[in-house]
Design a binder for this molecule. Structure first.
Ligand code: NAD
Length: 418
């Protein structure tokens, strides 16, 4: 049900934003409908069968682009919603790509490494006819990682009998990955936050931050913000979180998670490093008083039920769809600024785009060049979204959709599709 809501959220914000553009109903319908939905079964050697998905939402501005999620809750509704968000995201940061998303309904925590590799290769086998560097380029998402991208590229190249590194992004560096891709999602969000903090004339040292989720997005966000002097007062993973008003060092927390399996794994033992930290639940973390709340795990965590209890001054959505549209309205009315997912976490797809460009030209850039280009693109998008929000007196989310939809509709018109 939560995933149906994620797509409903997309439709709701879309309809609100397009009112300003005064588009025909037929055009709006095109923006509501994916171009292709592909659903297949993957059977691995143990006999287990998994459902695999790819939704190709809109490619008016370029090949479909979007990650592949391995999660027990992944289903066609979730993948469709996330594919729609990718179309908006690529357009709002103005990169020449469309929107897609993929998934496999499975729980990687219950699977062996061999089974995960078989699922990754199986996904490519069933999706091979539909993907390619100029058709549709997947990438990592929740519970998929560079190693899985490596297996996927290898499987695709085995089928095609040629080197095609641009088939997938988020690969390990040694086999065609890009410098800066691992940290890109978090780094993009941090560039936005640093810019925002500067506009508000705040000192990072006075900014308290709570981060939900401690994977690729959440860990690097807390680590990079900590290095800029922000005070990380709470972090969490799927097993729960910790809170300390004196601030936490994400690097040490990461070490604890690596050694013992989760942020809180050794809490009751002598060796636990964060003696002054209190255990908190994921729900409590969301409701902490702080300057910035950064949901970086799953969708639908801030709803109409807890939106009234949120005490953060601003929310940076590193996860996709963490705030439902009803909650968004409540936060807006309470003057809590939400920097929306389609902008806040676009750093990942921006550097994925750079990875694709480097793969195609077979020439690789220095990290510094990547950071300069990432910062320039994401801050340009942030400034455009703020300007249109001010012009039309709408939220940053509606404004981001407005900026993106204008670009997508222009591309569709120029192609004669509408
Ligand atoms: P990840 O698999 O690296 O990490 C997910 C984290 O969320 C883990 O720490 C996990 O313990 C935690 N988690 C899982 N269930 C939870 C729960 N119920 N409560 C609290 N924490 C929970 O995934 P990621 O790549 O960091 O992605 C996280 C979010 O960011 C997703 O919404 C994803 O779509 C979005 N995102 C990621 C990227 C990227 O490049 N990685 C890009 C754009 C958006």
């Amino acid at each position: 049900m939560a995933h149906k809501n994620l797509f409903d959220n997309y439709l709701e914000i879309l309809s609100e934003s397009v009112k300003i553009l005064d588009l025909d109903e037929s055009v709006i319908n095109r923006l509501k409908t994916p171009r292709n939905i592909i659903q297949e079964d993957i059977k691995i050697s143990s006999g287990k069968i998994f459902s695999a998905y790819r939704v190709q939402f809109n490619n008016a501005r370029g090949p479909y682009k979007g990650g592949i999620r391995f999660h027990p809750d992944a289903d066609i509704d979730e993948v469709k919603a996330l594919a729609a968000l990718m179309s908006i995201k690529c357009a709002v940061v103005d990169i020449p790509l469309g929107g897609g998303k993929g998934g496999v309904q499975c729980n990687p925590k219950d699977l062996s490494k061999k089974e995960i590799e078989e699922i990754a290769r199986g996904w490519i086998n069933v999706m091979e006819p539909y993907i390619g560097p100029s058709k549709d380029i997947p990438a990592p998402d929740v519970y998929t990682n560079p190693q899985i991208m490596g297996y996927m590229m290898d499987e695709y190249e085995s089928i095609k009998k040629e080197s095609v590194p641009g088939i997938i992004t988020g690969k390990p560096l040694e086999i065609g990955g890009s410098l800066g891709r691992g940290t890109a999602t978090a780094q993009g969000g941090v560039y936005i936050l640093l810019d925002y903090v500067k506009t508000l004339a705040l000192n990072p040292k006075d900014c308290t931050v709570a981060v939900q989720g401690f994977g690729n997005a959440g860990f690097y966000a807390s680590k990079i913000l900590h290095s800029h002097g922000f005070k990380i007062i709470a972090v969490s993973d799927s097993k729960g979180g910790i809170y300390s008003e004196n601030g936490l060092d994400p690097n040490l927390i990461y070490e604890n998670k690596l050694k013992y399996g989760s942020i809180n794994a050794s809490y009751n033992e002598e060796k636990y490093l964060f003696k002054d930290a209190k255990l908190i639940s994921n729900e409590e973390l969301l409701e902490l008083k702080c300057k910035f709340l950064i949901p970086s795990a799953l969708d639908g965590v801030i709803t109409k039920d807890n939106a009234k209890k949120i005490q953060a001054e601003s929310v940076l959505e590193l996860a996709n769809g963490p705030v439902t549209s009803e909650a968004d309205e409540i936060l807006n009315n309470r003057n809590i600024v939400v920097i929306p997912d389609v902008l806040a976490n676009a750093g990942g797809v921006i550097v994925s785009y750079f990875e694709l460009v480097q793969n195609i030209q077979n020439f690789y850039w220095e990290e510094e060049e990547i950071q300069i280009k990432l910062k320039k693109l994401i801050l340009k998008a942030f400034s455009e979204v703020i300007s249109s929000a001010n012009k039309y007196n709408i939220s940053l989310r509606k404004s981001a959709y407005l900026v993106a939809v204008k670009r997508i509709v222009t591309a569709m018109k120029l192609r004669g599709r509408i």
